[in-house]
Design a protein around this ligand. Structure first.
Ligand SMILES: [Zn+2]
Length: 263
């Protein structure tokens, strides 16, 4: 599921190839039944306008301009954005296609159909309506600690709670906990100030690291958990091996030897 760094990479594709071009049409792609997409009236509202900026908040992407309109995109389980030229043909699973003047196109692809696209007045109204917390990369150490304050549940669930901080999902929560040596089921009150500040440093470093390589996982350091999300794989931080448990209903990969629950 695309999280902060993956969505950042999709935003970059728009920035690199689809800004400052007049939109001619916004049309539905293939097999759009059960996909939440803008209706004909909302699609028409984009015509004649340009995207002049792209913003990302957590896992949400917004393309628009100071005077609007804005297109909000959420990738769901497996959505993505493709920018290409008409002569290359539309990508498979294209659910929405923006045609710019000339041959440039932008498609919202979504094989699993859990993502959506909609017309919004401003990114702010959408962020507020969804009650999203601050973007994970906008938080300093104190801000990060404040967002976890008062939590009684498992740290992994809190890291993934988009109303506390926006952008971290299953993959990068597991990575953050693995690299800080904290068991995913650890209850927040059991964490020390040092634990929390360590989590902030690690999540910040990890998310930026994945953004830096445009979410191409093969370019990430060998020692990261991302390369060994399988039960029984050797841990790179100790002589333990990777195990899987459910935390808050989600599969969590971790090393039971160096990620121990506080006594
Ligand atoms: Zn280990």
């Amino acid at each position: 599921m695309p999280e902060l760094p993956e969505v950042e990479a999709y935003g970059r594709r728009i920035k690199d190839g689809a800004l400052h071009r007049t939109i001619e049409t916004v049309t539905l792609g293939n097999d759009t039944k059960h996909v939440e997409l803008p209706g004909p009236e909302d699609r028409a509202r984009f015509e004649g306008h340009q995207f002049t900026e792209v913003r990302r908040h957590g896992k949400y992407l917004f393309a628009g301009s100071a005077t609007g309109p804005w297109m909000a995109l959420h990738m769901g389980m497996a959505g993505s954005v493709r920018v290409y030229d008409a002569e290359d043909g539309n990508p498979d699973y294209a659910r929405l296609i923006v045609a710019f003047e000339g041959s440039r196109r932008m498609a919202f692809r979504d094989p699993r159909k859990f993502g959506w696209v909609k017309y919004v007045d401003t990114p702010e109204t959408e962020i507020e309506a969804r009650e999203l917390g601050p973007d994970a990369l906008d938080l300093d150490a104190d801000g990060f600690a404040n967002r976890l304050e008062g939590g009684r549940g498992a740290i992994k669930s809190a890291l993934m709670d988009q109303s506390r901080l926006a952008g971290i999902g299953n993959l990068w929560a597991d990575e953050t906990l693995y690299q800080t040596g904290i068991h995913p089921a650890t209850k927040i009150p059991e964490l020390s100030r040092d634990d929390i500040s360590g989590l902030h440093k690690a999540s910040d470093r990890i998310l930026r690291g994945v953004c830096d390589v445009d979410a191409h996982y093969r370019e990430l350091p060998d020692a990261w958990l991302i390369h060994r999300r399988e039960e029984g794989y050797a841990c790179t931080r100790c002589d333990g091996s990777i195990a899987r448990i459910k935390v808050g209903g989600r599969s969590s990969y971790f090393c039971p030897k160096h990620q121990v629950e506080a006594a």
